[in-house]
Ligand binder design. Structure first.
Ligand SMILES: *Cc1c(COP(=O)(O)O)cnc(C)c1O
Ligand SMILES: [Zn+2]
Length: 451
């Protein structure tokens, strides 16, 4: 069976463009493009047939199907030559029952999808494997692409640099100076990217990268580029697959540029079109109140939208004031009976600390999602028996600075109620015994308070 995918305008203008053309916006109306699939052709395989095929491929060693993205190749980029795929076995991240945290909140069925357990430590790998593979196909087709570039709040650049290095394609990353974590800065440096650290914020970097990629020999890797959405859309598909093809009631996701929630929706809608699922989950988007344009628009019923100037937040990957995928994300929320909540620095840091005390190691963005979840549970909007999945977007180890700051009690605007600094002592057994007695007594008090 021949499956096909192409770029088309999100506003329905008639043109179709090859995914291997250098094009990011509709030539008619200037809106973003999306990748469309020949759904009729995909329907020639039954829903049960797709489930069987996708299950057989999970973590298999037959190139490239063991990847969580390329195991769904027919739904992602069906006609790419396997030899041009650049994959580092992304996807199939763990989805675990957060039993203890759930119990503390009064939720019986709380799950965390750990997208940060991936090659470069964030979900951005899911999209980047598709984009860089497409670039390799373009080069094989004879297109003069010299490099791939992106503006980034830290994780996109890490993923771009790694996948480009794996493919031997030069990469260029634009970072807002002093606004990304140490790990996020060192990742593209180590992978040999050209790293430009600019005296501006993410939105400022975005404006420059758009200028620089105008001549089409440097390919633009930001999420207005819909190839990344095709890879990222596998996260929702994978969640449903991990529940043996059952749909959860809620998915909670931290949002900035709004590409990931667009992708989440797109994957689930495709599954419904193909008959693998019959209902949709509700989606709760979480923002920092310091970078909250989507929340503000939601408050107006999406009647008005205004970009904001994003202020410094611990959730640095979502410090974005003018999200590029706004329009696409609104459509998703409308179809998924979605909601948007915002949280303060104190709330997100507290949520991280509480989750970490139940064995997780959360990044600040996951903290934003958890804090929004806490509010929805408190208000009774999310009920005790509902199945909830929190998308954890990055690995906590990329954000050591934020965690150190919390446990040292140094974070501005945050009361560190669960700070756990190291106990410094002389090498003396008596002093150690006394300190241990105090520390254990305190732990026992805390246990009783929770129960
Ligand atoms: C990119 C990113 C997000 C936000 O995703 P968008 O597509 O920009 O909405 C959230 N968390 C982390 C860790 C990220 O890297
Ligand atoms: Zn158009």
């Amino acid at each position: 069976m021949q499956y096909q995918a192409w770029f088309q305008c999100i506003n329905g203008c008639p043109g179709r463009y090859s995914p291997y053309e250098v094009i990011y916006a509709c030539p008619e109306c200037g809106a973003l493009l999306e990748v469309a699939h020949d759904v009729e052709a995909l329907r020639s395989r039954s829903a049960a047939g797709w489930m069987k095929l996708l299950d057989e491929r999970v973590r298999c060693n037959q190139w490239p199907y063991g990847s969580g993205v390329w195991g769904k190749k027919e739904w992602v980029l069906p006609d790419i030559d396997d030899r041009n795929i650049v994959s580092m076995y992304e996807g199939h991240t763990n989805l675990f029952w957060a039993e203890r945290l759930g119990r503390e909140l009064g939720l019986e069925d709380l799950w965390v999808k750990l997208c940060g357990n991936s090659h470069t430590g964030s979900f951005k790998d899911l999209g980047m494997t598709v984009l860089v593979s497409a670039v390799r196909q373009m080069i094989a087709n004879g297109r003069p692409v010299r490099a791939v570039a992106c503006a980034s709040t830290g994780d996109t650049s890490a993923a771009l640099a790694a996948y480009c290095a794996a493919a031997g394609i030069p990469s260029i990353v634009f970072l807002p100076r002093a606004r990304v974590s140490t790990a996020q800065l060192i990742q593209p440096l180590a992978n040999g990217a050209i790293v430009l650290s600019l005296d501006t914020d993410f939105d400022g970097c975005m404006a420059i990268v758009r200028e620089v990629t105008r001549d089409n020999t440097i390919y633009l890797a930001n999420s207005m580029n819909s190839l990344r959405i095709e890879g990222q859309k596998t996260v929702g598909i994978e969640i449903v697959q991990q529940f043996d093809w059952e749909v959860p009631d809620w998915i909670v996701i931290p949002v900035g540029n709004l590409g990931n929630v667009t992708a989440l929706g797109k994957g689930l809608l495709l599954m419904r079109e193909l008959g693998l699922i019959s209902r949709l989950p509700r989606i709760l988007c979480a923002q920092s109140e310091r970078a909250n344009p989507f929340y503000l628009a939601y408050q107006t019923g999406f009647r008005t939208y205004r970009p904001v100037e994003a202020r410094k937040t611990l959730a640095s990957a979502i410090q974005i004031g003018n999200p590029v995928s706004y329009q696409r994300a609104v459509r998703v929320l409308q179809q998924f009976d979605g909601a948007v909540e915002q949280v303060t620095e104190d709330e997100l840091a507290e949520a991280c600390a509480r989750a970490d005390l139940t064995g997780m190691y959360t990044c600040p963005h996951t903290g934003v999602a958890l804090a929004a979840l806490f509010k929805f549970v408190e208000r009774g909007i999310i009920g005790r028996h509902e199945r909830v999945v929190v998308i954890s977007t990055a690995h906590g180890l990329k954000f050591t600075d934020a965690k150190l700051g919390y446990h040292a009690g140094h974070l501005e605007g945050v009361t560190a109620r669960h700070a756990n600094p190291p106990i410094e002592l002389p090498a003396d057994a008596d002093a150690v015994r006394k300190a241990l007695d105090r520390a254990l007594a305190q732990r026992e008090r805390q246990q009783r308070e929770v129960l």
